[in-house]
Structures are given as structure tokens and as C-alpha cells.
Ligand binder design. Structure first.
Ligand code: ZN
Length: 829
């Protein structure tokens, strides 16, 4: 089976399918639906009130779904790991001068997003684990937010009311409070503390009073204001105050326009904001809003997400020309993407959002943290065979130690990752219209909720999913309960089976290529059991837009080469080390596929016995795939330790065929998950040796990159900020230099230099003068130029000279007095 698994779903029309009728007597009805009904509204849980669009699914309150098995282990590790102890590392959680802890929101420290980012998941972690330490610590931060509310309704750090560094002076920055509202909502769902509803109503009144011209000014709050919108609907569904919908309209009017297209190419903005149009769709109801959300998702995956793992390359931002599987996703992008999918699932009922959420949760999120959840890295990519502390820019846009697993670093991700697993758990089950329940995503858990007639039922879910294909649900209730139990069938599953109380399973026909739900409507009693089987088959995806590489999935899991991982401590303390992970086995393989039936190239090996407590680790992966491959000797790490980009498949290789092992991507912190495919004959391509260019310089500004000078990217002008650059900033007025190092001596007869000059924006200028020198033995000598050394803006300045044969040449540059300088591109002839 070779097809594009990601996009085939959206191409199929939505149609109602009734394929199975009464079963096991008249009292049990079982049917398959592509969507869930939206009426009658659930009587026990607050879905959308009129005039908002009716809710097919309603999130249960925090604590209704509790984790078990491997999922509980993730959260216990979180509690023991850096999330549960972040106050020991993060300066943003230090009490001294902390504006979030101040009873009046005073103080100049820690006033922005970090504390609420962390609290948003940290509190939920405590509620789900019933951990008194965490619950108490969360309350410590929640209380001042409530108690310190101003008379006019504003709450939180006063600096954000008018002195945020991110918003025009004097105007409010509401972004940090958007995150804090989520923490407060969870606290309310857990505790029923009515003060939260009062605080939110009063705060939203304040927001309504802000003049339109001052409301949601750029940048972050304007991008991400649909989070604010979702909280307004959350309150509206609980209190029904009509003016809240006026505020909702106002928020939408001032939110960055994600309905018209992707409004920001920042990685986290994308994963967080694409959901916004669909959030507003609940009020506006025009199909264009829902369509915009799907279009934005599809566009980003199409351009930058031609990879397994459910994400896209935005190693800070998406960049034209950077769509290789080595491009990485930020950890914030992962958890915001999961939250988007969870929200969109509730809004639409469309099971594709559950498939997409599981894809990120199982394949990407676990690898963002060490297996003991004591450290995280900023960036994770589908192809990443080395995770060390060294700068990988400009191959990755982010400079610095972005691949180092470090509990003390990575600021936004370090705090925001806290809601990943807790929110996932809370959304495993949802209430349905008609007072039923739906298992929308699968993992071991226990769910307690009310159904028709107000009866409370508990359903205990026992499963090794996603590593196993069977989900067992044990129902417990006082007396009897008549309700519809809906089970999501993922799009990848062609032949699901539902077994009720060991009776023979009915013949279920589900639509191919798209998800659906099996609804079981019956009178349930204690001791009833439902077994769901979701048989998994290997599926090979060829990514035509990413050099025709291949990825391998089996059910919800996508697979990576199993690379031996050696953990190397390079910092931190014994208890909280910062670690690199180095490969101990080769990784530069191309797959040898059965041309007629690529999926037949793999055989699955499920390990017997109980799952390991923490299954997301390379050496205990519960399931492995055997495959055949050949090494591609020219596929190497570049000199910065970043994996070389892919070349077009099929690829030639004269190496012998070897047996290799694949493990789930979520288990692999070092990974090759986008494989070249080995071919032979005329169609097969040679894999070229990587370019040898290297540079050294007298200085390189830490947020710039020395390698940018020869990355081949042609600037639009000398003030082009859209591409990586090299600068000597902040050095001004000096003589500086930069070299071009060749692997072996070569003849050079001209260079072309495109100078960086940010007049009007900064203090870099074209140089006062410059010259080319070549290394003769151990002596630098000036070349004999055939013309002038140009220092013009917005063009390549070419100078030819009498040919020299050298292993190294350099530019020696005299900067203008009081100005610095830099280079966008440097070519050598
Ligand atoms: Zn982040």
C-alpha cells in the first residue's frame, strides 16, 4: 500500500453509513457512523449553548479520566521529573519579586508567559495523579491571581496591563492571561470554586471595555487570541451571559487573520493558531471558517510537513527551501498541535482530529524528553541521528544548544510541555449528544461520568495501545444504564472488531481511508465488557515532495531506524544532568523495498509479556520491524553534526544488503524515520558527496551563522532578514576576517561578496574597505586584484585576481568607524 496517508482522508466525502443492525437481541443496536450526532444536547456536561453550534463531543471535567498503565507512568515521571520540580531550575518560578505571586500583581520579574505555561499543565498533573504536593503548589499560584483582581476586572501582573515589552507602550498585553485562564478553568473543573467564574466574567467585562484601537495589538496576543476566544465560549457555556458573545466577536475582529491564510510562519503560532478559525466557526457557523482551519493545516503539512510524526519543520520558523526531514519541530509546537487536535475533535466530532492527535502524541512528543522525563530538548526532527549541544544553524534556524536535553533550558518548551500528557488524558473520553460517552483516543485509563438518566458509570480501559491492537473496556455501574457507547475507528484500520461480553463479533464494515465511529446503544450493567480490536498493518508512504523518500507506519505508530543511543552527560548536576545522545550504531541506510508490495518488506515482532513501565525508550521498544537496507556511504553528518539532507530516491548503493531493525519513532531519540530508498538501474541516482566548505572568522555574532555565507541562498537585497547571515556584530570599526577553507588545495581566481547592510534597522554597513588573501604555507598573502574591491549594497561585488592555488583564502575587512558589518553570501570561482 503506497499512498499519502496524511491527506487522503480529507478528499473523501462525508456520508452517513449504517452498516450493521440489531445484535445480540433487540436491546443492543450497533452501527457505524462517519460522524457523531449533535442532538439532543448532553444534559450533564456543558457543551455549546445556543446560538453556538451544537457540540457533537463535550470535554469531560478534569479528573473524570484518570491515567493508568504506561500513560500514568508518563505522568508519574513528569511529577518526579523536571515538570514536577521546575521551581528548582526556572528563574520564572522563583518567588522573589515574582509578579504572578504578588497579591497585587506587582513586580518586574517573571510577569510573562512562563509561569502560566507551566501552571497550565502542572495543576492538571496534580489533579490527575491526586498528588497533594502538586495540588498545593498549584494553589499557591492560583490564589494570588484570583485575590489580586483589580476593581475594573484586570488580573495578573500589572506590567502586562500596559508595560509589556511585546506590545506598544501603554497598551495591554493579554497573552499571558490567555494561558492563565486555562489554568483557572482546569482548577474550576477540578474544584468547582465559583470564584473562577466570577473572575473570568469580571475580566471579560474589562476586555469588552478596552477601546477597539488598543485591543489585541501585535504580536503574540494578536496571533494567539483564539485561545482567549475559546475561554470566552467556555464561560458562556457555563453562565449563558449574552454579552460574552459580543466580546467573542470583538476578539475575532482583532485576531490575526488565520481565516485568510497562514498568518505567521512561526512554528508554534502555526500549531496553536490554525485552530482559531474553527473555534470562531462555533459562533459564525459559515463553513469558510472550518475550511480555513483544514486548509491551513493541509498547506503547512504540504509545504513543510512531508514527513512522519504529524508535524512540520519549523526550527523556529518555516523557511522556504528548508523542508528536509532534518528540519525540526519545537516541543511547544508538539503540545499545541495536540491541543489543537483535541479542541477540533470536540468542535467537529470528526475522527480525523483524533488520528492526528495520536500521531503527534505517540510519535513525536515522547522523543522531546529523555525517557526519565528529567530533561527536554527544544527541537526534535524525523531525521536526527545525533543530539548534542552544538549549534546547528543555519541548517536549523535556531542557533545554540537546541538539541541538548537539559532541564534548565529551552524556556518556553520547558514550561509549556507540562500540558501535553495531562490534556491528552483528559480528552481520551468525551461526552456525546444524547447523554452517551465516546472513547475518542486510546490509552490505558479509567473514566467516570454520568450518562442518560443521571447514572454514573465507570469504564476501565486496559490496553497496550498504541503498541498493541486490543482495547478492553470493563463497565461498572449501579444497576443498569442505557446509553450509547461510541468507539472511534482510526482511518488506518480496515477491519476493526467489537466484541461485547465474549459474544461473536458482528461483521463491521467501516469506510476505507477515513475514520468513523462504532455506536453501541444498549442497556449496560456492571460486569459488561467490550473488546475493541484494531488490527494494524504495515503501510509505506512515499513522500514525492520530499525527494521521494519513504516512511513506515503500522497502525498509529510510525517507525524509525533503531540507532544505539549513548547518553553523555555534559552539564547539570548528578541528579539533574544535561545530556547529549550519541549514536553507537550506523544510521546512513536506505531501505530495500519490495517494489510490487512495499509493505511486504517488513515483518513485525511484538515482544511478549507486559509492556515496560516506560515503553518509549529505544532499548525496550515493545515492537520492532525487521527490514532490509543498504548503507549510503556519502550520506553523512555535516561538520556541525547535522544530518545531511536527502537526495532523490531511488538511490544507488554498492554496499551489501543488511538486516536492520525499526522501532517506534516515539521510542527513538536518535532517529532516521524518513528513509532514502535503494534502487538500481537507470532510475537510480548517485548520492553526491557533501560540499566541503567550512569557515572560520575573527568573530561571529551568536545569533548569526558563519556558514550562512556559503549556504547558496541569494539575498533579495542587502537588508534581507529572511535568510541566515553572518555578521561581526557587535564589533564596530575594527579590522576583521573570515576564511573559506577547502578540503584540498584548489585554484581560485575570483570571489563575489554580497554584503549585509541594515541601514534604517540596525548598525551593520558595507565595509570601509576589504581585500582577499590566500594562505601560502603558513603565510597570508594578498592576491593581485584585476579591479576594485566593491562595497556596494544590494548586489554581488565581484573581484577577479591572478589565480592562486590555496587550501584557504580569506576576506580581510575594515569596518566603517562605529559600525559593524556582515556577509549574506560569498561565492568563490
Ligand atoms: Zn517552546
Amino acid at each position: 500500500m503506497t499512498k499519502n496517508r496524511v491527506f487522503r482522508v480529507s478528499l473523501l466525502a462525508v456520508a452517513l453509513l449504517m452498516v450493521s443492525a440489531p445484535l445480540h437481541g433487540a436491546e443492543t443496536k450497533l452501527a457505524v457512523f462517519p460522524q457523531l450526532p449533535t442532538a439532543p444536547a448532553n444534559a450533564h456536561y456543558p457543551g455549546n449553548r445556543e446560538p453556538l453550534l451544537a457540540s457533537p463531543l463535550v470535554k469531560l471535567p478534569v479528573g473524570a479520566v484518570k491515567p493508568r498503565g504506561w500513560l500514568r507512568k508518563q505522568m508519574e515521571l513528569m511529577a518526579e521529573g523536571f515538570t514536577g520540580h521546575l521551581d528548582e531550575f526556572s528563574r520564572f518560578l522563583k518567588p522573589e519579586g515574582n509578579a504572578w505571586l504578588s497579591p497585587k500583581g506587582e513586580g518586574d520579574k517573571s510577569f510573562w508567559e512562563e509561569l502560566p505555561y507551566w501552571l497550565k499543565g502542572f495543576g492538571d498533573l496534580g489533579y490527575l495523579l491526586d498528588d497533594p504536593r502538586i495540588i498545593k503548589e498549584a494553589r499557591r499560584w492560583i490564589e494570588p491571581a484570583i485575590a489580586g483582581q483589580r476593581e475594573d476586572g484586570y488580573f495578573g501582573p500589572r506590567r502586562n496591563a500596559g508595560q509589556s515589552p511585546d506590545v506598544k507602550a501603554g497598551k495591554p498585553d493579554m497573552w499571558p492571561n490567555m494561558v492563565m485562564l486555562n489554568a483557572l478553568q482546569s482548577y474550576y473543573e477540578y474544584s468547582g470554586d465559583e470564584r473562577v467564574l466570577k473572575l473570568m466574567a469580571k475580566y471579560f467585562r474589562w476586555q469588552l471595555s478596552i477601546p477597539e484601537g488598543d485591543f489585541l495589538l501585535p504580536f503574540w496576543q494578536q496571533q494567539r487570541a483564539s485561545d482567549n476566544l475559546a475561554s470566552v465560549y467556555w464561560l458562556y457555556n457555563r453562565t449563558g451571559e449574552p454579552w460574552l458573545l459580543d466580546l467573542a466577536s470583538k476578539i475575532h475582529r482583532h485576531t490575526a487573520n488565520w481565516t485568510g491564510g497562514v498568518a505567521s510562519w512561526h512554528g508554534v503560532n502555526i500549531s496553536q493558531c490554525f485552530r482559531g478559525a474553527a473555534v470562531y466557526y462555533q459562533q459564525a457557523k459559515a463553513p469558510k471558517f472550518l475550511a480555513a482551519t483544514e486548509r491551513d493545516y493541509a498547506m503547512v503539512r504540504d509545504l513543510y510537513g512531508q514527513v512522519p510524526g504529524g508535524l512540520y519543520g519549523a526550527d523556529e520558523n518555516c523557511r522556504p527551501g528548508y523542508s528536509d526531514p532534518r528540519q525540526a519541530a519545537e516541543t511547544c509546537t508538539m503540545v499545541e498541535m495536540m491541543l489543537s487536535h483535541e479542541m477540533l475533535l470536540a468542535i467537529t466530532g470528526d475522527p480525523k482530529w483524533a488520528d492526528r492527535c495520536e500521531e503527534v502524541a505517540f510519535n513525536s512528543l515522547p522523543a522531546s524528553m529523555t525517557a526519565d522525563l528529567k530533561a527536554l530538548r527544544y527541537l526534535t526532527a524525523p531525521n536526527m541521528p545525533l543530539s548534542d549541544r552544538f549549534d546547528k544553524s543555519p541548517g536549523l534556524q535556531n542557533g545554540g544548544a537546541m538539541l541538548l536535553y537539559d532541564p534548565r533550558s529551552h524556556r518556553c518548551c520547558q514550561h509549556n510541555v507540562s500540558h501535553g500528557w495531562p490534556y491528552f488524558t483528559e480528552n481520551l473520553w468525551m461526552a456525546t449528544a444524547g447523554n452517551g460517552l465516546a472513547a475518542v483516543m486510546y490509552a490505558p485509563c479509567e473514566m467516570k461520568a454520568k450518562v442518560a438518566g443521571g447514572v454514573e458509570v465507570t469504564i476501565t480501559e486496559t490496553t497496550d495501545y498504541p503498541f498493541g491492537d486490543t482495547v478492553e473496556m470493563a463497565i461498572s455501574t449501579q444497576g443498569e444504564a442505557k446509553f450509547a457507547l461510541s468507539l472511534r475507528i482510526p482511518a488506518w484500520c480496515e477491519k476493526p472488531a467489537v466484541i461485547i461480553n465474549d459474544l461473536p463479533p458482528p461483521d463491521l464494515k467501516v469506510p476505507t481511508g477515513r475514520g468513523s465511529y462504532v455506536l453501541i446503544d444498549r442497556t449496560w450493567k456492571a460486569g459488561d465488557k467490550v473488546t475493541l480490536r484494531l488490527p494494524m498493518r504495515v503501510a509505506v508512504t512515499r513522500w514525492a515532495k520530499n525527494k521521494n523518500c519513504a516512511s513506515v507506519a503500522r497502525g498509529p505508530l510510525e517507525y524509525s531506524l533503531k540507532i544505539g543511543e549513548k547518553v553523555v552527560r555534559v552539564g547539570g548536576s548528578d541528579k539533574w544532568p544535561a545530556v547529549e545522545i550519541h549514536p553507537t550504531t550506523p544510521w546512513n541506510y536506505g531501505l530495500v523495498l519490495d517494489e510490487k508490495d512495499p509493505a511486504a518488506s517488513f515483518s513485525a515482532r511484538q515482544k511478549s509479556g507486559a509492556l515496560p513501565a516506560q515503553p518509549f525508550a529505544w532499548d525496550v521498544a515493545p515492537i520492532e520491524l525487521e527490514a532490509k537496507a543498504k548503507k549510503i556511504p556519502a550520506w553523512k553528518l555535516d561538520h556541525k553534526g547535522l544530518v545531511g539532507t536527502l537526495h532523490e530516491s531511488p538511490v544507488k548503493s554498492d554496499e551489501p544488503i543488511e538486516a536492520i531493525t525499526l522501532i517506534p519513532m516515539g521510542c527513538a531519540r536518535l532517529r532516521i524515520a524518513s528513509f532514502p530508498v535503494i534502487g538500481s538501474g537507470q532510475d537510480a541516482h548517485e548520492w553526491p558527496e557533501p560540499p566541503p566548505a567550512r569557515h572560520t572568522a575573527s568573530h561571529c555574532n551568536e545569533s548569526d551563522s558563519i556558514d550562512a555565507v556559503s549556504d547558496g541562498r541569494v539575498p533579495k537585497n542587502s537588508n534581507d532578514h529572511s535568510i541566515p547571515r553572518f555578521t561581526w556584530w557587535p564589533r564596530c570599526g575594527n579590522e576583521e576576517w573570515i576564511t573559506y577553507d577547502f578540503e584540498k588545495p584548489r585554484s581560485v581566481s575570483a570571489v563575489e561578496v554580497y554584503w549585509f547592510d541594515d541601514t534604517s534597522a540596525g548598525r551593520c554597513r558595507v565595509p570601509k574597505s576589504w581585500r582577499v588573501e590566500w594562505l601560502d604555507g603558513s603565510q597570508w598573502k594578498a592576491v593581485v586584484p584585476a579591479g576594485a574591491y566593491g562595497a556596494e549594497k544590494d548586489k554581488f561585488n565581484r573581484v577577479a585576481f591572478a589565480p592562486v592555488t590555496a587550501k584557504q583564502i580569506r576576506l580581510v575587512v575594515q569596518l566603517q568607524p562605529e559600525f559593524s558589518g556582515g556577509i549574506l553570501q560569498w561565492r568563490v570561482e
